[in-house]
Ligand binder design. Structure first.
Ligand SMILES: [Zn+2]
Length: 434
């Protein structure tokens, strides 16, 4: 952990050479512990190919009656994209007044509509925008009036979301819809345009820019090939170099997630020392979690074993400091009530409890979710107590409670040893599978 969270690794930025150094180091540690490589071509490294789609032409918005005369909008003059998931869309205009239709839950959005959100209160506009897109709109537009700093003076063309070569999607934001900002004059000119008028956006995709991210993967082959596989995981990347805070620009990510990576390595060491387990154990340290779960998404498409052979996945996230909401040495499991995995581990000595902050949606905020969406019973072990160093340069070794972390990892060894030797296969509870 000293090395992973050191300034030498410059914060292990997603898909940077520093991330590759971290993955190579993790592979070397696994090798030292006698773990078999399970990455590409007999190595510990699994390389994922990230594609950044680029536009070839400036996006254009048109509207008007079908077959009739239309109006053109120019990018950077009439509109800009704040979020850009679709390079083309078309749909009828629907107005939503964020002032009078104040309860976003009650909004009735026509499927495929292009929603114009009216109002000047930034918060209300924002929540109506999200409600419209969640409700099935293909795009949402609003005036830039309440949010001037969002207007990009450089007028750079928007970038579609990154994706992985040969795979659809990262964390599921691809189909979310586009969010457009309109200049004040453009918004004013819409005053007399009736609802139902067809709006469309067109742009042309050029070649994608390629980059890479790296996972470190190893395994201990079990005695019983039919007993299923246990996957222990964490993410080895963090935010890298960023805006300086109090003169420090290295986002060390000691708690997030050098602590989880250390936990998986320590479990690998302990499990390799014992007798051969009944189940195969895979250790996966993912890259580019911070960029939208890209490393774990690649892993689920290139898993060393079929996903339906994975009996359980435990991800370790931010266990370097105690959570003040819990008794000392306690950890919590995201999505506790979704499966019978947590209670079974607790019954075998894990100091695990239910996640007391369901409103934070932690179950959906780590790599476990990528696998859970594929049906794997996948949950995250954590003791993150919403400390203020989260995603700050101050998430460094100085702020780690090593006594807590040592106890936390130690408390998981026996329950995991039980799990990898048992015939217990966890199941989703009714309605628990995402
Ligand atoms: Zn994390």
């Amino acid at each position: 952990m000293d090395f992973l969270a050191s300034d030498a690794l410059r914060g292990r930025g997603s898909a940077t050479p520093d991330e590759l150094v971290a993955a190579t180091y993790v592979g070397a540690v696994l090798e030292q512990y006698g773990i078999t490589p399970a990455g590409d071509d007999g190595t510990y490294i699994q390389r994922a190919v990230i594609l950044q789609p680029k536009l070839k032409t400036s996006p254009v918005v048109r509207y008007g009656t079908e077959g009739g005369a239309g109006t053109w909008w120019t990018y950077g003059l009439n509109f800009e994209a704040e979020y850009f998931s679709k390079p083309t869309f078309q749909g009828p205009l629907q107005r939503v007044d964020s002032e009078t239709q104040s309860d976003p839950k009650k909004l009735k959005i026509k499927k495929g509509a292009v929603v114009l959100v009216l109002g000047t209160d930034r918060k209300k506009v924002r929540s109506a925008t999200f409600a419209a897109l969640n409700g099935g709109a293909v795009a949402a537009m609003s005036g830039v009036g309440s949010d001037h700093e969002k207007w990009d003076q450089a007028h750079e063309w928007p970038k579609p979301p990154k994706r992985l070569e040969g795979q659809a999607g990262g964390m599921g934001m691809e189909d979310f819809g586009d969010v457009l900002l309109l200049s004040e004059a453009t918004l004013a000119a819409l005053k007399d345009v009736p609802d139902g008028t067809v709006f469309s956006l067109t742009s042309e995709l050029g070649e994608s820019e390629k980059s890479f991210t790296w996972n470190a993967v190893g395994k201990i082959a079990g005695m019983d090939a039919r007993a299923g596989v246990v996957l222990l995981s964490a993410h080895l990347d963090h935010l890298g170099i960023g805006p300086a805070v109090k003169g420090d620009s290295i986002y060390n990510g000691a708690d997030d997630d050098a602590s989880g990576t250390t936990a998986v390595l320590e479990l690998a060491r302990a499990l390799a020392l014992g007798t051969k387990p009944r189940r195969t154990i895979i250790f996966a340290l993912f890259g580019s979690e911070e960029a939208g779960g890209l490393g774990s998404t690649w892993f689920q498409g290139h898993s060393p074993v079929p996903l339906d052979k994975i009996a359980a996945n435990l991800e370790f996230e931010m266990i370097g400091r105690p959570d003040p909401k819990y008794a000392a040495d306690k950890l919590w499991l995201t999505g506790w009530e979704r499966s019978n995995l947590g209670p079974a581990l607790a019954a075998h000595g894990a100091k695990l409890e239910a996640d007391k902050r369901p409103e934070e949606r932690f179950f959906m905020r780590s790599d476990n979710y990528v696998l859970a969406k594929k049906g794997v019973v996948a949950q995250t072990v954590s003791s993150f107590g919403l400390h203020k160093d989260y995603h700050q340069p101050s998430d460094d070794l100085e702020h780690i409670d090593f006594q807590h972390m040592t106890a936390a990892i130690g408390s998981m060894i026996r329950p995991v040893q039980w799990l990898v030797n048992s015939g217990f296969t966890p199941k989703w509870n009714p309605g628990g599978r995402p």
